[in-house]
Design a protein around this ligand. Structure first.
Ligand code: DX5
Ligand code: ZN
Length: 343
């Protein structure tokens, strides 16, 4: 089924859903009760939501797996909400068309995912890879010593700020623990269920080394064009440690920029206020028809900070679907966000 065919069933949002300036809250399906997806989606649509944030995780770019094309295809038949897909996957160009054909209206991908980095560059890579080992992430064989020095990866693991609060949603950990290599050995990786915190282990993620900016931008530019030529809108996302500079020349070409306010991969983490500086920087660089989205840890306590920094599209997972009454929680967040915008 092509994009045009899937449009033909008429259950798609107006393509302008992201165009109009103003505040909107995008409930994230990741925090919904997966045994009652359609019911929960209809509930927030009735409460006035216009878009639904869909977190796609592949277990490579982020250490978690969420849901994929069949879930989106099924939900497409049940709602007219604008589907805002957030691809937390390696090789996003390989799948963007499929997600549009499944019914997504918009595709956001990570600039850090556009370069072949694979496991060797990710936070849960084997220790030897992070210390300059195999670029493929495979354990080098003791029988095949390397003749040539290994190239520095262009995509790197970002350090945890020693000043950062507990972002895991679990018990607090010390900076020493966070920096201990042993805690991130792939052999010890604990995969948490989608939408749940991994417990005491703080999630880390990829960031882009300056030497990779030009190549990543070229890949990203081609993907943005492809998404738009297929009838979708395109967004680009920055992990917490990736600077605005990495995507600067692409800003005029996208419909949306997404700033991660947690390390991607899990819902229910604590908001990282240090990411607001990027929101401020981006606000002055975007046109009124472009959206500035923020994702992670948005709640009644943080939504005002995000809006005052310049975000207009606020992703909220736990704060909406984790609440006893998601419709009421959604309405409350919208109100708080609009109040903050008028201050
Ligand atoms: C995290 C996802 C988020 C997540 C947000 O990797 O990109 O969209 O659903 O969840 P909360 O709002 O609970 O932080
Ligand atoms: Zn997301």
């Amino acid at each position: 089924m092509g994009v045009a065919d899937s449009r033909a069933h008429g259950n798609r949002a107006a393509p302008s859903a992201l165009k109009t300036p103003g505040i909107r809250v995008a409930p994230s399906l990741l925090a919904a009760d997966f045994s009652r997806l359609a019911e929960q989606v209809v509930e927030i649509e009735r409460a006035g939501a216009t878009l639904l944030h869909l977190d796609i995780m592949d277990g490579h770019f982020v250490p978690n797996i969420s849901f994929g094309l069949p879930v989106i295809e099924s939900l497409r038949r049940r709602t007219k909400l604008f589907f805002d897909a957030h691809l937390m996957i390696d090789e996003p160009a390989r799948y963007a068309g499929d997600f549009l054909r499944a019914g997504c209206d918009h595709i956001t991908f990570h600039i850090e995912a556009t370069l072949p980095g694979g496991l060797a560059a990710s936070s849960f890579a084997p220790k030897h890879a992070r210390r300059g080992g195999s670029a493929t992430g495979k354990r080098p064989s003791s029988h095949s010593p390397r003749a040539t020095p290994l190239k520095e990866p262009e995509v790197e693991t970002a350090p945890v700020s020693a000043a950062s609060p507990d972002r895991s949603g679990g018990k607090p950990h010390s900076p020493e623990e966070a920096h201990s290599d042993d805690r991130y050995d792939s052999d010890r990786l604990e995969i948490a269920p989608a939408g749940r915190s991994p417990g005491a282990r703080p999630p880390l993620g990829r960031t882009l080394h300056k030497s990779g900016f030009a190549r990543a931008r070229a890949e990203a530019e081609a993907l943005i064009r492809e998404v738009q030529s297929l009838g979708g809108s395109a967004g680009i996302c920055l992990n917490p440690a990736t600077p605005v500079e990495a995507i600067e020349p692409l800003l005029k070409t996208v419909e949306l920029v997404l700033v991660m306010s947690v390390w991607p991969g899990f819902g229910g983490q604590a908001f990282m206020p240090e990411t607001l500086e990027k929101v401020r920087q981006l606000r002055s660089r975007l046109r009124p028809d472009q959206r500035l989205e923020i994702d992670g840890g948005i709640s009644a306590g943080t939504v005002g900070l995000a809006v005052r920094a310049g975000a207009d599209t606020l992703v909220a997972g736990s704060a909406v679907f984790g609440a006893p009454d998601p419709a009421q929680a959604y309405a409350g967040l919208v109100q708080l966000a609009r109040d903050a915008a008028h201050q």
